[in-house]
Design a protein around this ligand. Structure first.
Ligand SMILES: *Cc1c(COP(=O)(O)O)cnc(C)c1O
Length: 351
């Protein structure tokens, strides 16, 4: 089965070999207070910075999921009022989780077909602005120039970005925001259970001012431990090892980005020639490069998904309110050219 699911998704072919190697090297039983772990942790952080072009001055921490990052941001970087700007189900979910911890959180919705107007996202109230760079549910993305403008227009706010389904798949301008996070079961091509959180010096300063320390995953504690290349609880050591091994072998993000973009445009063209199926999002300027949402009539989509499964292709279900009349295709780096080609030849007669 080839998984085109946009998370959890196809993992790199080398994962079984790396896992075996991890066992042979004793990584599976490695003590997370040992010098060996600290060395591995340090190396993984350094690879993340170099391969993804993350500024040297930024701090990187590990959590177990993007959902955990949502909570950590609410608990440790938000005193009262965060502002959530979104156009789809993941942004909405984030807002929902935050409201349980910080009931004063507010939201600003925008239409998936239109670019977010940064002027409308200028605030005198609030302290932290939460954006979803890539909305995995509807296949849209937030242009990075817009994120940059939001940062410029709101100099007193922290800008926080969920990049779960785009980090490691496209080039991100890390300087344009204060917190970025992603779990690894999407563009990183790894099994689930680990997430990466990237923080600017400004975010670290805010963290210290708020100084929240009531939880095992309080940012202050995680950051203090990471100063010594350690973690506040026993982390996903295998996950970190696999991340390190994958990063050692992937190209730099600029090259990965080019490939992602080329593949995306080829998909776009493929569906432009279709009578029955088409991209859900009409406006090419807001389409995600890493997740495609395809629209069709519900009956046809049902049949198509079942037929695909019999042929060995796992397609992504439509998400939330889009469940019935869409399906999704991941355009993640771990997918192979030959796999994309065979999915296209499967879909061709059904277009
Ligand atoms: C998948 C996804 C999440 C949730 O990730 P978990 O690792 O399951 O917590 C959050 N945000 C976006 C945009 C996602 O695509």
């Amino acid at each position: 089965m080839i998984s085109f699911y946009p998370g959890p998704s196809r993992v790199y072919d080398q994962i079984p070999a790396y896992t075996k190697e991890a066992h042979r090297l004793g990584i599976l039983s490695m003590n997370h207070r040992s010098a060996e772990f600290m060395t591995m942790n340090k190396k993984t952080i350094s690879l993340l910075k170099s391969k993804l072009s993350i500024p040297k001055t930024y701090t990187i921490l590990f959590t177990s999921s993007a959902t955990e990052c949502w909570e950590v941001i609410a608990q440790s970087l938000t005193r009262k009022h965060s502002i959530h700007i979104y156009n789809g189900a993941f942004g909405e979910k984030w807002f929902g989780y935050t409201r349980r911890l910080r009931p004063d959180a507010t939201s600003l919705l925008f239409d998936p077909e239109t670019q977010l107007d940064p002027i409308k996202a200028t605030f005198s109230e609030g302290e932290i602005i939460c954006l979803t760079q890539n909305e995995t549910s509807n296949g849209t993305q937030l242009d990075q120039a817009i994120i940059r403008n939001i940062q410029k227009n709101n100099p007193n706010h922290l800008i926080v970005v969920d990049a779960t389904s785009s980090m490691a798949g496209i080039r991100l301008d890390f300087k344009s925001a204060d917190v970025w996070f992603a779990s690894v079961q999407k563009c990183f091509g790894l099994p689930a259970g680990l997430a990466v959180m990237v923080l600017s010096p400004k975010a670290m300063k805010r963290m210290a001012e708020i100084n929240e320390s009531a939880h095992y995953n309080s940012l202050t504690l995680m950051a203090r431990m990471m100063d010594r290349w350690q973690t506040s609880c026993t982390p996903n050591v295998l996950g970190i090892y696999l991340l390190m091994s994958v990063l050692e072998n992937v190209s730099r993000i600029t090259e990965v980005h080019e490939k992602t973009e080329l593949r995306f445009h080829a998909w776009e063209e493929f569906f432009a020639g279709s009578g029955k199926l088409g991209l859900l999002i009409q406006n090419p300027r807001v389409r995600s490069l890493t997740v495609l949402a395809i629209k069709g009539n519900p009956e046809q989509i049902d049949k198509l998904k079942a037929h695909a499964k019999r042929k060995g292709f796992l397609l992504g279900e439509g998400y939330g309110p889009l469940k019935k009349d869409t399906f999704r295709i991941a355009n993640f780096p771990a997918l192979k050219e030959t796999e994309i080609k065979s999915l296209k030849s499967f879909l061709s007669p059904m277009r």
